[in-house]
Design a protein around this ligand. Structure first.
Ligand code: XMP
Length: 500
């Protein structure tokens, strides 16, 4: 009996010069599985101590990632990167709009809310409601407000205006001071206090909100019960050391916009940035990496897009932590046709990932959970999703009804498309390198990501690996085996021979 191993090692599969991608191969079931699902971790390390419990990054695209997506994906253990396609009426970049999203995400689920929306005692309830609209967190507006002198964020605390203190109909012209709980009746805490102590106080005193002031009576933080409830509901949440959601923002390579964007984004608490260009193997990107490392040394920098070891080695030498691997592979992308330079997604990942110590993020062309499994197996530490998150409840844009099928859809478009119109900032030429189209409405990220995780965990169990690191080790050692697919096998692996 022959002891020859089935199939191919990754090295044999990804032969030099062959554009192998996801549909060209499958992973073979060659390992006796004895691992328990509860022992499997999907943790991904992106650099700068940022770890995701779900190895998914939401792509910085204007039909994928803004406030609601960043919040939802972080709650599910991944991270979102806010796109930079916010514009002024004259078409110039509107940096403030992007930064507002950073602030909204950072404010969302806090242990200590550092910058709660505050109001002044002289404001009317109407003005407060307007401010609440402007400061919406995802789909929900803010209803409770610490009242401070002059309404300043960390001004002297004068009271608390809670949802139950005012009517949106009856009190529009009434001043805050006439409806708020004034300081002498307010239960508050003095800083310093630990989050656990604050939590205990909320429960003991039957409170929904606890303002915390310093010794001089100036507002320092707000702690809320709803945040604590969220903590219980989302145990995978990607949080920073202050228990705020982690978030990334996209920057261009053009210094005149990128420098102020970086300044504002990091001042607002963002955890890292993505240098968002279709062509990362360039002087512009290398110079931007140097600048960010020098100015913001503790922040995560993700670069790209690249797809070759030549590019990965250079960017690693510049000190980059993580990079997006994928050129011309996105579902909405026409780069390969427009400029003739691209690479098969899987081949790009396999060859580049092993050439540097940076974290590799497989980006573009992932259509189903099995593609994510393959990406992680051949060397990626995490994936970036556009298509698979577009059309969710949390992606920007409204649900429409497709005239042909009557089914709900949402718009999804490439950032290099004519419709996105980002101009030269992403490095695209004037010739469009992306298209706009529709995708089926997929429901909420809170239902979809758990399903994706389920699929990944099942695959890890079949491969008998407990972590992404172990998966990579076993792939590089040749233990994980692959097989090339014929067209017939591809047909066989899809749904066939049934009537739909
Ligand atoms: P998927 O397949 O997830 O791909 O939809 C998303 C990724 O595609 C890239 N991207 C583009 N590439 N032209 C391109 O060549 C474009 O207009 C474009 N827009 C996005 C990007 O890397 C994204 O994460």
């Amino acid at each position: 009996m022959s002891n020859q191993r089935s199939g191919l090692s990754a090295r044999e599969l990804f032969k030099r010069g062959e554009g192998v991608t996801y549909d060209d191969f499958t992973i073979l079931n060659t390992t006796y599985s004895e691992i328990d699902k509860s022992d499997i971790s999907l943790e991904a390390h992106l650099g700068r101590n940022i770890t995701l419990r779900t190895p998914i990054v939401a792509s910085p695209m204007d039909t994928v990632t803004s406030t609601a997506m960043c919040i939802a994906i972080a709650l599910e253990g991944g991270i979102g990167c806010i796109h930079y396609n916010f514009k002024n009426p004259d078409g110039s970049p509107n940096i403030e709009e992007q930064i507002k999203v950073v602030e909204q995400v950072k404010r969302f689920e806090n242990g200590f809310i550092e910058n709660p929306v505050t109001v002044s005692p002289e404001q009317t309830i109407r003005e407060v409601l307007e401010s609440s609209q402007r400061n919406k967190v995802g789909k929900s507006s803010i209803d409770n407000f610490p009242v401070t002198e002059n309404g300043e964020p960390h001004g002297k605390l004068l009271g608390l205006l809670r949802q139950q203190d005012y009517s949106r109909r009856l009190h529009t012209n009434v001043q805050v001071k006439d409806r708020m709980v004034p300081l002498d009746k307010l239960i508050m805490a003095e800083w310093p206090i630990t989050l656990n102590q604050a939590n205990a106080m909320l429960w003991e005193r039957h409170l929904l909100l606890l303002p915390i002031a310093d010794k001089k009576g100036k507002l320092k933080y707000l702690v809320t019960r709803s945040d604590l409830d969220k903590n219980d509901e989302f145990p995978l949440t990607t949080k920073d050391e202050n228990k705020r959601l982690r978030v990334l923002f996209a920057v261009e390579t053009r210094p005149e916009f990128a420098y102020p964007r970086l300044e504002r984004g990091f001042a607002s608490g963002a955890d890292g940035c993505i240098i968002d260009t279709s062509q990362g193997f360039s002087r512009y990107e290398a110079e931007m990496i140097k600048y960010i490392l020098q100015k913001f040394p503790d922040k995560l920098i993700i670069g790209g897009n690249i797809s070759t070891p030549e590019a990965a080695r250079l960017l690693a030498k510049e000190g980059l932590h993580s990079y997006r691997n994928g050129q011309g592979t996105g579902s909405i992308c026409t780069t390969a046709g427009a400029i003739g330079i691209s690479r098969a997604g899987a081949a790009g990942i396999y060859h580049s990932a092993k050439s540097s110590k940076m974290a590799t993020i497989g980006d573009g062309g992932l259509r189903q959970v099995g593609d994510i499994v393959k990406t992680l197996t051949i060397g990626a530490d995490a994936v970036m999703l556009g298509y698979m998150l577009a059309g969710t409840q949390e992606s920007p844009g409204e649900v429409e009804i497709d005239e042909g099928t009557g089914m709900p859809i949402k718009i999804y478009r490439g950032m290099g498309s004519k419709e996105a119109n980002v101009g030269g900032i992403r490095g695209y030429s004037r010739l469009p390198q992306g298209v706009q189209g529709n995708v089926n409405y997929k429901g909420s990220v809170h239902e979809w990501i758990p399903l994706i995780r389920d699929g990944l965990i099942s695959a890890f169990q079949v491969m008998n690996v407990s972590s992404i690191e172990e998966l990579h080790k076993r792939m590089y050692s040749g233990e994980i085996r692959f097989e090339r697919r014929t067209i017939a096998s591809l047909q066989e692996s899809g749904v066939h021979d049934i009537k739909k």
